[in-house]
Design a protein around this ligand. Structure first.
Ligand SMILES: Cc1ncc(COP(=O)(O)O)c(C=O)c1O
Length: 417
Protein backbone atom coordinates (compact mmCIF):
# COMPACT_ATOMS: atom_id res chain seq x y z
CA UNK A 1 0.00 0.00 0.00
CA UNK A 2 1.43 3.40 -0.94
CA UNK A 3 1.72 6.16 1.62
CA UNK A 4 -1.13 8.12 0.08
CA UNK A 5 -3.58 5.23 0.13
CA UNK A 6 -6.07 5.38 2.96
CA UNK A 7 -5.68 2.88 5.78
CA UNK A 8 -8.61 1.02 7.33
CA UNK A 9 -10.95 2.09 8.95
CA UNK A 10 -10.45 5.37 7.08
CA UNK A 11 -10.74 3.59 3.75
CA UNK A 12 -14.15 2.26 4.71
CA UNK A 13 -15.52 5.51 6.08
CA UNK A 14 -18.58 6.21 3.92
CA UNK A 15 -17.71 9.82 3.17
CA UNK A 16 -19.91 10.02 0.07
CA UNK A 17 -22.96 8.71 1.93
CA UNK A 18 -22.18 10.97 4.90
CA UNK A 19 -22.00 14.05 2.67
CA UNK A 20 -25.35 13.16 1.15
CA UNK A 21 -26.82 13.52 4.65
CA UNK A 22 -25.92 17.22 4.75
CA UNK A 23 -28.01 19.33 2.38
CA UNK A 24 -25.99 22.49 3.17
CA UNK A 25 -23.00 20.96 1.38
CA UNK A 26 -24.83 21.67 -1.88
CA UNK A 27 -24.33 25.38 -1.37
CA UNK A 28 -22.01 27.39 -3.59
CA UNK A 29 -20.40 30.77 -3.00
CA UNK A 30 -18.63 32.74 -5.74
CA UNK A 31 -19.40 29.90 -8.12
CA UNK A 32 -17.55 27.31 -6.06
CA UNK A 33 -18.86 24.72 -3.61
CA UNK A 34 -18.55 25.96 -0.06
CA UNK A 35 -16.03 24.18 2.17
CA UNK A 36 -17.50 24.44 5.65
CA UNK A 37 -14.52 24.42 7.97
CA UNK A 38 -16.20 26.06 10.92
CA UNK A 39 -17.64 22.98 12.60
CA UNK A 40 -16.36 24.14 16.03
CA UNK A 41 -18.53 27.24 15.70
CA UNK A 42 -21.53 25.15 14.69
CA UNK A 43 -21.72 22.08 12.49
CA UNK A 44 -23.96 21.69 9.51
CA UNK A 45 -27.20 19.85 10.24
CA UNK A 46 -27.90 16.30 9.07
CA UNK A 47 -30.96 15.62 6.97
CA UNK A 48 -32.55 13.44 9.63
CA UNK A 49 -32.49 16.35 12.08
CA UNK A 50 -33.88 18.82 9.54
CA UNK A 51 -36.69 16.38 8.67
CA UNK A 52 -37.49 15.74 12.33
CA UNK A 53 -37.80 19.46 13.11
CA UNK A 54 -40.03 19.96 10.11
CA UNK A 55 -42.10 16.85 10.89
CA UNK A 56 -42.85 18.02 14.42
CA UNK A 57 -44.24 21.28 13.13
CA UNK A 58 -46.07 19.81 10.17
CA UNK A 59 -47.88 17.05 11.99
CA UNK A 60 -49.17 19.38 14.73
CA UNK A 61 -47.33 20.23 17.91
CA UNK A 62 -48.62 20.90 21.41
CA UNK A 63 -47.48 21.68 24.90
CA UNK A 64 -47.20 19.06 27.63
CA UNK A 65 -49.96 17.75 29.92
CA UNK A 66 -52.82 17.86 27.38
CA UNK A 67 -55.47 15.16 26.98
CA UNK A 68 -55.01 14.85 23.21
CA UNK A 69 -52.62 13.08 20.84
CA UNK A 70 -50.31 15.92 19.88
CA UNK A 71 -49.61 16.59 23.55
CA UNK A 72 -48.96 12.91 24.23
CA UNK A 73 -46.63 12.87 21.22
CA UNK A 74 -44.65 15.80 22.63
CA UNK A 75 -44.32 14.01 25.97
CA UNK A 76 -43.10 10.89 24.16
CA UNK A 77 -40.60 13.02 22.26
CA UNK A 78 -39.05 14.19 25.54
CA UNK A 79 -38.67 10.57 26.67
CA UNK A 80 -37.10 9.54 23.38
CA UNK A 81 -34.75 12.52 23.36
CA UNK A 82 -33.63 11.81 26.93
CA UNK A 83 -33.02 8.18 26.00
CA UNK A 84 -30.96 9.23 22.96
CA UNK A 85 -28.78 11.61 24.99
CA UNK A 86 -28.41 9.02 27.78
CA UNK A 87 -27.05 6.63 25.14
CA UNK A 88 -24.83 9.34 23.73
CA UNK A 89 -23.15 10.27 27.01
CA UNK A 90 -23.67 7.19 29.12
CA UNK A 91 -26.37 8.01 31.63
CA UNK A 92 -29.96 7.34 32.52
CA UNK A 93 -32.97 9.03 30.92
CA UNK A 94 -33.93 10.75 34.15
CA UNK A 95 -30.45 12.28 34.36
CA UNK A 96 -30.82 14.21 31.09
CA UNK A 97 -32.20 17.75 31.01
CA UNK A 98 -32.55 20.11 28.07
CA UNK A 99 -32.15 23.86 27.76
CA UNK A 100 -31.47 26.57 25.20
CA UNK A 101 -27.71 26.00 25.07
CA UNK A 102 -24.77 24.87 27.19
CA UNK A 103 -24.04 28.32 28.60
CA UNK A 104 -27.56 28.91 29.90
CA UNK A 105 -27.72 25.43 31.44
CA UNK A 106 -24.35 25.98 33.09
CA UNK A 107 -25.56 29.24 34.60
CA UNK A 108 -28.63 27.47 36.01
CA UNK A 109 -26.65 24.53 37.35
CA UNK A 110 -23.93 26.71 38.88
CA UNK A 111 -26.50 28.94 40.57
CA UNK A 112 -28.31 25.92 41.98
CA UNK A 113 -25.10 24.29 43.24
CA UNK A 114 -23.92 27.50 44.85
CA UNK A 115 -26.91 27.47 47.20
CA UNK A 116 -25.02 24.91 49.28
CA UNK A 117 -21.64 26.64 49.08
CA UNK A 118 -20.17 28.96 51.71
CA UNK A 119 -17.45 31.62 51.74
CA UNK A 120 -14.07 29.92 51.81
CA UNK A 121 -15.23 26.95 49.76
CA UNK A 122 -13.16 26.47 46.64
CA UNK A 123 -13.80 25.80 42.98
CA UNK A 124 -11.34 24.97 40.22
CA UNK A 125 -11.45 26.13 36.60
CA UNK A 126 -8.88 25.90 33.81
CA UNK A 127 -6.95 28.32 31.63
CA UNK A 128 -7.83 26.22 28.59
CA UNK A 129 -11.59 26.38 28.77
CA UNK A 130 -14.23 28.26 26.86
CA UNK A 131 -15.59 31.14 28.93
CA UNK A 132 -18.91 29.31 29.24
CA UNK A 133 -17.18 26.93 31.65
CA UNK A 134 -15.17 29.61 33.41
CA UNK A 135 -17.16 32.81 33.79
CA UNK A 136 -20.27 30.95 34.93
CA UNK A 137 -18.25 29.62 37.88
CA UNK A 138 -16.40 32.90 38.49
CA UNK A 139 -19.78 34.61 38.78
CA UNK A 140 -20.99 32.31 41.57
CA UNK A 141 -17.59 32.50 43.23
CA UNK A 142 -17.90 36.27 43.36
CA UNK A 143 -21.44 36.14 44.75
CA UNK A 144 -20.62 33.49 47.35
CA UNK A 145 -17.10 34.51 48.36
CA UNK A 146 -15.54 31.29 47.03
CA UNK A 147 -11.84 30.88 46.36
CA UNK A 148 -11.06 30.17 42.72
CA UNK A 149 -8.05 28.07 41.74
CA UNK A 150 -6.83 27.58 38.20
CA UNK A 151 -5.38 24.59 36.41
CA UNK A 152 -2.75 26.29 34.26
CA UNK A 153 -1.90 25.77 30.61
CA UNK A 154 1.65 24.79 29.74
CA UNK A 155 2.28 27.25 26.93
CA UNK A 156 5.10 25.08 25.52
CA UNK A 157 3.02 21.93 25.07
CA UNK A 158 -0.35 23.72 24.78
CA UNK A 159 -1.84 21.20 27.19
CA UNK A 160 -3.18 21.50 30.71
CA UNK A 161 -0.36 21.36 33.23
CA UNK A 162 -1.57 18.74 35.68
CA UNK A 163 1.68 18.48 37.62
CA UNK A 164 0.35 20.46 40.57
CA UNK A 165 -3.18 19.10 40.53
CA UNK A 166 -2.88 17.62 43.98
CA UNK A 167 -2.40 21.03 45.53
CA UNK A 168 -4.79 22.93 43.22
CA UNK A 169 -7.65 20.62 44.17
CA UNK A 170 -7.94 20.61 47.96
CA UNK A 171 -10.23 19.18 50.60
CA UNK A 172 -12.19 22.43 50.38
CA UNK A 173 -12.80 22.11 46.63
CA UNK A 174 -16.48 21.73 45.87
CA UNK A 175 -16.27 21.48 42.11
CA UNK A 176 -13.75 21.18 39.29
CA UNK A 177 -14.92 22.57 35.95
CA UNK A 178 -12.93 21.27 33.01
CA UNK A 179 -13.45 21.06 29.27
CA UNK A 180 -13.21 17.73 27.48
CA UNK A 181 -11.55 19.39 24.48
CA UNK A 182 -10.49 22.88 23.42
CA UNK A 183 -12.63 24.50 20.73
CA UNK A 184 -9.69 26.77 19.81
CA UNK A 185 -6.75 24.41 19.33
CA UNK A 186 -8.27 20.93 19.50
CA UNK A 187 -6.37 19.56 22.49
CA UNK A 188 -8.21 16.81 24.34
CA UNK A 189 -7.81 17.25 28.07
CA UNK A 190 -7.09 14.37 30.42
CA UNK A 191 -10.45 14.51 32.18
CA UNK A 192 -9.94 11.10 33.80
CA UNK A 193 -6.77 12.32 35.54
CA UNK A 194 -8.50 15.48 36.75
CA UNK A 195 -11.53 13.60 38.00
CA UNK A 196 -9.40 11.00 39.81
CA UNK A 197 -7.83 13.75 41.94
CA UNK A 198 -11.18 15.54 42.34
CA UNK A 199 -12.83 12.33 43.59
CA UNK A 200 -10.04 11.70 46.05
CA UNK A 201 -10.77 15.12 47.58
CA UNK A 202 -14.55 14.75 47.49
CA UNK A 203 -15.09 17.37 44.74
CA UNK A 204 -17.62 17.15 41.92
CA UNK A 205 -16.51 17.19 38.30
CA UNK A 206 -18.32 19.34 35.74
CA UNK A 207 -17.32 18.75 32.12
CA UNK A 208 -17.96 20.96 29.13
CA UNK A 209 -18.13 18.45 26.30
CA UNK A 210 -19.41 20.89 23.68
CA UNK A 211 -16.34 20.57 21.47
CA UNK A 212 -15.79 16.89 22.26
CA UNK A 213 -19.15 15.33 21.40
CA UNK A 214 -18.97 16.12 17.67
CA UNK A 215 -15.66 14.23 17.48
CA UNK A 216 -15.26 11.45 20.02
CA UNK A 217 -17.05 9.13 22.43
CA UNK A 218 -17.49 10.83 25.79
CA UNK A 219 -18.08 8.13 28.36
CA UNK A 220 -19.32 9.73 31.54
CA UNK A 221 -18.64 6.72 33.73
CA UNK A 222 -15.18 5.97 32.39
CA UNK A 223 -14.15 9.61 32.82
CA UNK A 224 -15.60 9.93 36.32
CA UNK A 225 -17.83 12.86 35.40
CA UNK A 226 -20.69 14.07 37.61
CA UNK A 227 -22.17 16.62 35.23
CA UNK A 228 -21.58 16.77 31.51
CA UNK A 229 -23.00 19.34 29.12
CA UNK A 230 -23.10 19.70 25.36
CA UNK A 231 -24.99 21.35 22.52
CA UNK A 232 -26.68 19.64 19.57
CA UNK A 233 -25.89 22.42 17.10
CA UNK A 234 -22.24 21.38 17.33
CA UNK A 235 -23.04 17.73 16.60
CA UNK A 236 -25.20 17.92 13.49
CA UNK A 237 -28.47 18.86 15.17
CA UNK A 238 -30.47 21.98 16.05
CA UNK A 239 -29.88 24.61 18.72
CA UNK A 240 -30.65 22.66 21.88
CA UNK A 241 -28.39 22.38 24.93
CA UNK A 242 -28.30 19.40 27.25
CA UNK A 243 -26.89 18.30 30.57
CA UNK A 244 -26.50 14.80 31.94
CA UNK A 245 -26.27 14.97 35.73
CA UNK A 246 -25.54 12.02 38.00
CA UNK A 247 -28.78 11.15 39.73
CA UNK A 248 -27.70 11.69 43.34
CA UNK A 249 -26.14 15.06 42.44
CA UNK A 250 -29.25 16.06 40.46
CA UNK A 251 -31.57 15.10 43.34
CA UNK A 252 -29.70 17.55 45.60
CA UNK A 253 -29.56 20.35 43.03
CA UNK A 254 -32.70 22.43 43.69
CA UNK A 255 -32.58 24.64 40.57
CA UNK A 256 -34.31 28.02 40.49
CA UNK A 257 -37.69 27.51 38.88
CA UNK A 258 -41.29 28.75 38.96
CA UNK A 259 -43.54 27.11 41.53
CA UNK A 260 -45.90 25.08 39.30
CA UNK A 261 -43.00 23.48 37.40
CA UNK A 262 -42.29 19.90 38.57
CA UNK A 263 -39.93 19.36 41.48
CA UNK A 264 -38.64 16.05 40.23
CA UNK A 265 -35.57 15.47 38.12
CA UNK A 266 -34.94 16.12 35.29
CA UNK A 267 -37.89 18.43 34.59
CA UNK A 268 -36.99 20.73 37.48
CA UNK A 269 -34.05 22.10 35.47
CA UNK A 270 -36.16 22.72 32.37
CA UNK A 271 -37.57 26.14 33.10
CA UNK A 272 -40.23 27.41 30.71
CA UNK A 273 -41.25 25.71 27.49
CA UNK A 274 -38.54 23.78 25.72
CA UNK A 275 -37.64 23.62 22.03
CA UNK A 276 -39.97 20.71 21.23
CA UNK A 277 -39.22 20.56 17.52
CA UNK A 278 -35.53 20.72 18.35
CA UNK A 279 -35.80 17.57 20.49
CA UNK A 280 -36.73 15.59 17.40
CA UNK A 281 -33.60 16.99 15.80
CA UNK A 282 -31.50 15.92 18.80
CA UNK A 283 -32.70 12.33 18.46
CA UNK A 284 -31.90 12.35 14.74
CA UNK A 285 -28.43 13.81 15.33
CA UNK A 286 -27.64 11.03 17.80
CA UNK A 287 -29.04 8.49 15.33
CA UNK A 288 -26.77 9.92 12.65
CA UNK A 289 -23.69 9.14 14.76
CA UNK A 290 -25.08 5.69 15.56
CA UNK A 291 -25.77 5.05 11.86
CA UNK A 292 -22.01 5.17 11.21
CA UNK A 293 -21.36 2.28 13.57
CA UNK A 294 -22.42 -1.25 14.27
CA UNK A 295 -23.51 -3.14 17.38
CA UNK A 296 -26.50 -4.57 19.18
CA UNK A 297 -27.50 -1.49 21.12
CA UNK A 298 -27.63 2.16 20.12
CA UNK A 299 -24.90 2.94 22.63
CA UNK A 300 -22.63 0.35 21.02
CA UNK A 301 -23.40 1.77 17.59
CA UNK A 302 -22.63 5.28 18.85
CA UNK A 303 -19.25 4.17 20.23
CA UNK A 304 -18.44 2.35 17.02
CA UNK A 305 -19.70 5.27 14.90
CA UNK A 306 -17.29 7.57 16.75
CA UNK A 307 -14.40 5.24 15.90
CA UNK A 308 -15.12 5.80 12.21
CA UNK A 309 -15.55 9.56 12.67
CA UNK A 310 -12.28 9.85 14.61
CA UNK A 311 -10.32 7.79 12.12
CA UNK A 312 -11.61 9.85 9.19
CA UNK A 313 -11.20 13.25 10.83
CA UNK A 314 -7.78 12.48 12.34
CA UNK A 315 -6.40 11.27 9.05
CA UNK A 316 -7.46 14.50 7.29
CA UNK A 317 -6.35 16.69 10.19
CA UNK A 318 -2.95 15.01 10.50
CA UNK A 319 -2.26 15.46 6.83
CA UNK A 320 -3.30 19.13 7.11
CA UNK A 321 -1.16 19.67 10.21
CA UNK A 322 1.92 18.14 8.64
CA UNK A 323 1.59 20.37 5.56
CA UNK A 324 0.69 23.53 7.50
CA UNK A 325 3.71 23.10 9.81
CA UNK A 326 5.99 23.48 6.79
CA UNK A 327 4.44 26.67 5.46
CA UNK A 328 6.38 29.91 5.84
CA UNK A 329 4.84 32.63 8.06
CA UNK A 330 2.34 30.19 9.57
CA UNK A 331 2.34 29.25 13.25
CA UNK A 332 0.24 26.23 14.03
CA UNK A 333 -0.87 26.06 17.67
CA UNK A 334 -0.31 22.35 17.76
CA UNK A 335 -0.75 20.67 21.15
CA UNK A 336 1.95 18.20 22.06
CA UNK A 337 -0.38 15.31 22.71
CA UNK A 338 -1.62 12.31 20.80
CA UNK A 339 -5.32 12.94 21.31
CA UNK A 340 -6.61 15.97 19.43
CA UNK A 341 -9.81 16.90 17.70
CA UNK A 342 -9.50 17.91 14.03
CA UNK A 343 -9.42 21.59 14.94
CA UNK A 344 -6.45 23.68 13.84
CA UNK A 345 -5.78 27.07 15.42
CA UNK A 346 -3.15 29.05 13.57
CA UNK A 347 -1.60 32.44 13.04
CA UNK A 348 -0.35 34.01 9.83
CA UNK A 349 2.54 36.42 10.29
CA UNK A 350 1.80 39.91 9.02
CA UNK A 351 -1.93 39.32 8.50
CA UNK A 352 -4.88 39.63 10.81
CA UNK A 353 -7.05 36.53 11.23
CA UNK A 354 -10.02 38.56 9.95
CA UNK A 355 -8.20 39.40 6.70
CA UNK A 356 -7.18 35.78 6.16
CA UNK A 357 -10.69 34.45 6.76
CA UNK A 358 -12.28 37.05 4.52
CA UNK A 359 -9.83 36.16 1.74
CA UNK A 360 -10.49 32.43 2.21
CA UNK A 361 -14.22 32.99 1.75
CA UNK A 362 -13.98 35.42 -1.15
CA UNK A 363 -11.22 33.69 -3.12
CA UNK A 364 -11.72 30.02 -2.30
CA UNK A 365 -15.24 29.68 -0.86
CA UNK A 366 -13.71 28.29 2.32
CA UNK A 367 -15.61 29.24 5.46
CA UNK A 368 -13.15 29.40 8.34
CA UNK A 369 -13.54 31.55 11.43
CA UNK A 370 -11.33 34.10 13.19
CA UNK A 371 -11.22 35.28 16.78
CA UNK A 372 -10.61 34.05 20.31
CA UNK A 373 -13.67 31.79 20.19
CA UNK A 374 -14.30 32.63 23.83
CA UNK A 375 -11.17 30.77 24.89
CA UNK A 376 -10.04 34.19 26.04
CA UNK A 377 -7.52 33.14 28.68
CA UNK A 378 -5.82 30.78 26.24
CA UNK A 379 -5.80 33.53 23.63
CA UNK A 380 -4.09 35.87 26.12
CA UNK A 381 -1.54 33.27 27.19
CA UNK A 382 -0.58 32.40 23.64
CA UNK A 383 -0.48 36.06 22.65
CA UNK A 384 -2.93 35.68 19.77
CA UNK A 385 -5.52 38.04 21.23
CA UNK A 386 -3.19 40.98 20.55
CA UNK A 387 -3.87 40.54 16.86
CA UNK A 388 -7.45 39.31 16.82
CA UNK A 389 -7.13 35.67 17.81
CA UNK A 390 -6.61 32.60 15.67
CA UNK A 391 -7.59 31.50 12.21
CA UNK A 392 -9.42 28.27 12.98
CA UNK A 393 -10.02 25.43 10.57
CA UNK A 394 -12.31 22.81 12.06
CA UNK A 395 -13.23 19.57 10.34
CA UNK A 396 -16.35 17.48 10.65
CA UNK A 397 -17.28 13.96 9.53
CA UNK A 398 -18.59 15.45 6.28
CA UNK A 399 -15.29 17.17 5.42
CA UNK A 400 -13.81 15.75 2.22
CA UNK A 401 -10.17 15.22 1.35
CA UNK A 402 -10.60 17.83 -1.37
CA UNK A 403 -11.81 20.42 1.16
CA UNK A 404 -8.98 19.71 3.58
CA UNK A 405 -6.46 20.00 0.75
CA UNK A 406 -8.16 23.13 -0.60
CA UNK A 407 -7.61 24.87 2.73
CA UNK A 408 -3.91 24.02 2.86
CA UNK A 409 -3.36 25.03 -0.76
CA UNK A 410 -5.23 28.31 -0.23
CA UNK A 411 -3.15 29.04 2.87
CA UNK A 412 0.02 28.33 0.92
CA UNK A 413 -1.14 30.71 -1.80
CA UNK A 414 -1.87 33.38 0.82
CA UNK A 415 1.54 33.22 2.46
CA UNK A 416 3.51 33.04 -0.78
CA UNK A 417 1.58 35.60 -2.82
C1 LIG B 1 -16.00 24.35 24.09
C2 LIG B 1 -17.26 25.15 24.14
N1 LIG B 1 -17.91 25.25 25.30
C3 LIG B 1 -19.05 25.95 25.43
C4 LIG B 1 -19.60 26.59 24.35
C5 LIG B 1 -20.87 27.33 24.54
O1 LIG B 1 -21.91 26.53 24.06
P1 LIG B 1 -23.36 27.11 23.82
O2 LIG B 1 -23.30 27.93 22.58
O3 LIG B 1 -24.21 25.89 23.65
O4 LIG B 1 -23.74 27.90 25.00
C6 LIG B 1 -18.96 26.54 23.11
C7 LIG B 1 -19.50 27.26 21.96
O5 LIG B 1 -18.80 27.59 21.03
C8 LIG B 1 -17.77 25.78 23.00
O6 LIG B 1 -17.13 25.67 21.84
Amino acid sequence: MSETELQPPVATFPIKAVREQFPALGRAYRDKPVAYLDGPGGSQVCKGAIDAVRAYMERGGANLHGQFPTSHETEALFDEARAAVADLLGGKEEEVAFGPNMTTLTFSISRAMAREWKPGDEIVVTEMDHNANVDTWLAVAKDKGLTVRWIPVDTETLTLDLSDLDSIITDRTKLVAVGAASNAIGVVNDVAAVSAVAKSKGALVFVDAVHAVPHFFVDREALGIDIVTCSAYKFFGPHVGMACIREDVFERLGPYKVAPAPDQIPDCLETGTQNHEGLGGVIAAVEFIASLGSGETRRERIESGYRGIEAWESSLAESMRSRVRDLPKVTLFDPDTAHKTPTLGLDVEGASPTEVCKWMAEEHSIFVADGHFYAVRLGDLTGVNKKGGWVRAGLAPYTSEEEAARFVEALEEYVTK
